[in-house]
Every structure is written in structure tokens, then in C-alpha cells.
Ligand binder design. Structure first.
Ligand SMILES: [Zn+2]
Length: 236
């Protein structure tokens, strides 16, 4: 059992190392995802302003068409004005022309505003697209850094994993299975050191008779409180 425990201790160390690196790996992946999210957010914002521009341009064309129609009305009414026979008809057409000119003035005012809005939106898009380009450029460098860090980490994890496989070969399958099951239930830590009369996994006091078994090293000894496998430190 002593040899098995030594191998298990080695395994536990490797597993904790791998777990730590997996944590780092996930953090890098999260950072990469966050960078992608930032770019996507900026791109969506540009798309949003582009749709606003499309609507504004359409409205502008509508105003221009209305304005042209109003111009035609005025020209037509003024032409008719010359052929008018009665005073009553004259008054009516004058009223029409006045109303059309008033309408034209309002449309011109709206068109000026709409044109200003279109120009502002176009400028906004240009600025946002410029920002997006530089964002993508900056993030490109950062992403390359993260990718190479990720690659390094993957290599380390692979080498730890092969060391783990090598160590595991020397451990009986049933013991290995127990170890892995314990690791799942105990936050990745299946095997801990007994030190100063305590289990270093849960810090609870260990009964003296259990220490005797640990000294003998013949059997697998579990902490009665957290059920983790125990190994003895002689300096304890
Ligand atoms: Zn314990």
C-alpha cells in the first residue's frame, strides 16, 4: 500500500497541476470570448446606425417627392390663374396657391432637417467604422497573444496528462477508480496529508488509532470526516 500511496500522491499533485492549468485555460478562453464580444457589439452598433440612415434617406426621398409635387401644384395653379374669368374663381385659386406655398415652405424646412440628420448619421457611421477597424486591429494583437498562451498551456497540460497516465499505470485499477470518484466528490482533492494529528483536507482531528494504521502503511486509511485518502508526513 505504501508504494500505491506514493504513486497516488504523485497523481494527486499532477491532477492539481492540470486542474490549475485548466482553470488558466478557461480564463484565457473567457478573455478571447470577451474580445470577440466587444467587436461584435461595436459591429452591431454600426449596423444599427446604418439602418437608421436607411430609414432617414427614405424619408428624405419622400420629402423631396412631396416637395416636387407641391411645386407642380403651384405651377399648375399659377397657369390656371391666368385663364380665370370670375373674381370668385380667382379668390379660390389664390387660396390654393397660398396654401401650396405654405405647404412647400414647411416641406423645405423638414427637408433641411432631414438632410442634416442624414449627414450626421453618415458621419457617425464613418466614425464608428473607423473605431471598429482600430478596435479589431488592437484586439488582433491581443488575441494572437492569448492564442499563443493557450497553445503553451495546452502543451503543458498534454505533458502533465501523459505523466499522469504513466503514473496511473502503476496503480491498481480499483484503487484508481476510488481515487477518481473521490476527486469528483471532493473538489478535485482525493488524497491529503495527515499532519499534527489533523487531516489537512478538512482540518479535523484524527483519532490516534487511525494514526497507528497510517504508521503501519499496510491499508488504505480514509479521513473519518471528509473520507479523503490519507498519507502520513513523518515530520508531523
Ligand atoms: Zn478530512
Amino acid at each position: 500500500m505504501r508504494k500505491n500511496l506514493m504513486l497516488l500522491e504523485e497523481l494527486q499533485e499532477l491532477d492539481l497541476k492540470i486542474d490549475g492549468r485548466q482553470g488558466e485555460r478557461q480564463a484565457l478562453l473567457d478573455q478571447l470570448a470577451e474580445l470577440d464580444r466587444q467587436v461584435e457589439e461595436a459591429r452591431l452598433a454600426v449596423d444599427g446606425v446604418k439602418s437608421e440612415l436607411t430609414v432617414a434617406e427614405e424619408e428624405k426621398r419622400g420629402l423631396e417627392a412631396n416637395l416636387a409635387a407641391e411645386d407642380e401644384n403651384i405651377v399648375r395653379s399659377e397657369a390656371r390663374q391666368k385663364e380665370i374669368k370670375t373674381q370668385k374663381e380667382y379668390q379660390a385659386i389664390l387660396k390654393e396657391i397660398t396654401a401650396a406655398k405654405k405647404q412647400k415652405g414647411e416641406l423645405e424646412e423638414q427637408l433641411i432637417q432631414k438632410t442634416g440628420q442624414v449627414e450626421q448619421l453618415a458621419a457617425d457611421i464613418a466614425a464608428r467604422e473607423g473605431d471598429l477597424d482600430s478596435l479589431e486591429e488592437n484586439l488582433g494583437d491581443r488575441k494572437a497573444e492569448l492564442a499563443s498562451a493557450l497553445e503553451r498551456l495546452d502543451q503543458e497540460i498534454a505533458s502533465d496528462a501523459s505523466a499522469k497516465a504513466e503514473t496511473a499505470k502503476g496503480i491498481p485499477a480499483s484503487l484508481l477508480k476510488r481515487y477518481e470518484a473521490l476527486r469528483l466528490r471532493r473538489q478535485g482533492v482525493a488524497l491529503v496529508v495527515a499532519r499534527n494529528g489533523n487531516c489537512s483536507g478538512c482540518n479535523m482531528n484524527l483519532p490516534p488509532q487511525l494514526y497507528n494504521s497510517l504508521y503501519r502503511g499496510d491499508d488504505l486509511v480514509l479521513c473519518p470526516h471528509c473520507q479523503r485518502m490519507l498519507v502520513l508526513r513523518q515530520d508531523a
